[in-house]
Write a protein that binds this ligand. Structure first.
Ligand code: SF4
Length: 222
């Protein structure tokens, strides 16, 4: 996790200005995944690996209508679950994971989703990123989920120089006060999709251009 070094004051100030502007741009940044409770968000986030949130949102109403609770999904026939989640890709692993994690929730947590990172990551199919999404979104707990967008945006903006998600998370946590953490990921993700895209970022129209040290900015199209 984060080392003893404190980031320089100028970097902290720039980082906070970046977040101030992103808050203005996206006042209510939330996950695009549809969910009604922590269990549904946990399952939806596991299903969202390697696919779009829209694809997941098409599947989850059917999934939760048939198996609305951890108890129900824990007892489900994995092949039937595979059929329902098929269109999200990697359907075998995903079906196996969501049935197994439901069993664990029932066996170890009385059917409740734990609101603790170290416990969440022990569940099948749940990594640090998924756990952080659930903590920040469903529980409003201080957590920063680092996905490919957060990784790219944080690097281009010079908020980290690391490619390792755990280190990036630590670097961001060192730059922002705890109360800001839960609001960071979803704003970086949206900004990464709309402006700071992987290929040809829209630098010419970017609201953070004056704060961005990225050397390879895209010029305005002619
Ligand atoms: S100026 Fe370009 S590289 Fe920098 S944050 Fe904006 S879109 Fe991304």
């Amino acid at each position: 996790m984060s080392g003893p070094e404190r980031p320089p004051a100028s970097l902290v100030e720039r980082a906070r200005e970046i977040l101030r502007r992103l808050r203005k741009l996206y006042p209510k940044a939330r996950t695009a995944l549809h969910y009604e409770n922590a269990f549904q968000l946990l399952v939806a986030t596991v299903l969202s690996a390697q696919t779009t949130d829209e694809n997941v949102n098409r599947v989850t109403p059917i999934l939760f209508e048939r198996w609305p609770t951890p108890d129900a999904l824990a007892e489900a026939d994995p092949e039937e679950v595979e059929e329902v989640v098929y269109s999200t890709g990697y359907y075998r692993q995903k079906a196996k994971a969501i049935v197994a994690l439901s069993r664990e929730l029932v066996d170890r947590y009385g059917g409740e989703v734990p609101d603790d990172l170290d416990e969440l990551v022990t569940l099948p199919g749940v990594g640090r990123k998924t756990a952080s999404v659930v903590l920040a979104e469903a529980f409003g707990k201080p957590a920063i989920a680092v996905d490919t967008h957060v990784k790219r945006v944080a690097n281009r903006l010079g908020l980290t120089t690391s490619k390792d998600p755990v280190k990036i998370e630590a670097d961001l946590k060192a730059l922002y006060p705890r109360r800001s953490w839960a609001g960071i990921s979803m704003r970086f993700i949206r900004f990464g999709r709309e402006y700071c895209t992987a290929r040809r970022p829209r630098c010419w129209t970017c609201p953070l251009v004056d704060l961005c040290p990225h050397p390879d900015k895209t010029p305005a199209p002619r």
